[in-house]
Write a protein that binds this ligand. Structure first.
Ligand code: PRP
Length: 205
């Protein structure tokens, strides 16, 4: 049986749809279910739902053979050591520097306070521009930071732009493109090649 860790949320929902369209049957799956482990009826595939920054941990340690996660998380993760097998072309998003609408002049500050779930990516962006920053690592709802005076700007992914808009923020710059990737560990790559190929056929665009 192939064990796949899926990033919870938008990516997981799309992957389940593709699997079902390819003939996999998951009797217990519904998008509103709170279950975390699903096995297909034929007993070929076990899918676990994992928070995206943890996917590579599961794959690296062999708790999953493979995983599907946005490569924004993979770029931010220093301990790569996994194979990237496929770009699924879903979960497309961009990295943005954003702040309060109409307040782009904040970027001129001598030392910018930057809130982000992606401290490495954020540091590199500003280091490349010789802009000194003070970084605040957050774990979610990053858009709040400029609104409550925690930071001047944020560095975060933007997919539809709805979250920025609905919170009175705007992107001052966009600088990287991301999408969901299939990753696997070295053991699975050797020992479960056939199963991985079948899985790739089912989930690719
Ligand atoms: C991500 C991201 C933005 C939002 C962007 O957060 O951090 O907040 O999605 O999407 P949009 O451009 O389509 O509005 P996520 O939903 O993963 O939740 P989080 O803030 O808890 O990390």
């Amino acid at each position: 049986m192939l064990h796949i860790a899926l990033a919870k949320g938008r990516i997981a929902r799309t992957v389940f749809t593709r699997l079902q369209e390819s003939g996999y049957v998951f009797p217990e799956y519904s998008k509103d279910s709170r279950k975390l482990i699903f096995t297909d009826e034929a007993g070929n595939l076990r899918v676990t739902l994992v928070k995206s920054p943890d996917i590579a941990v599961y794959v690296r340690r062999g708790a999953a053979d493979a995983g599907i996660v946005g490569n924004d998380v993979l770029v931010e993760d220093e301990e790569q050591d996994v194979y990237e097998l496929l770009d699924l072309g879903i979960g497309r998003c961009r990295m943005a520097v954003a702040g309060i609408q109409g307040h782009q002049d904040v970027m001129q500050k001598r030392i910018l306070t930057v809130a982000s779930k992606y401290p490495l990516i954020a540091r590199k962006y500003f280091a490349d521009r010789f802009q000194p920053i003070d970084i605040i690592k957050l774990n979610g709802s990053v858009e709040l930071a400029p609104l409550v005076g925690l930071s001047d700007v944020i560095v975060d992914i933007v997919e539809t732009g709805t979250t920025l808009k609905e919170n009175g923020l705007e992107a001052f710059d966009y600088f990287m493109n991301f999408s969901a990737r299939l990753i696997c560990n070295k053991v699975a790559y050797k020992m479960k090649h056939e199963e991985l190929n079948r899985f790739m056929e089912a989930v690719k665009e």
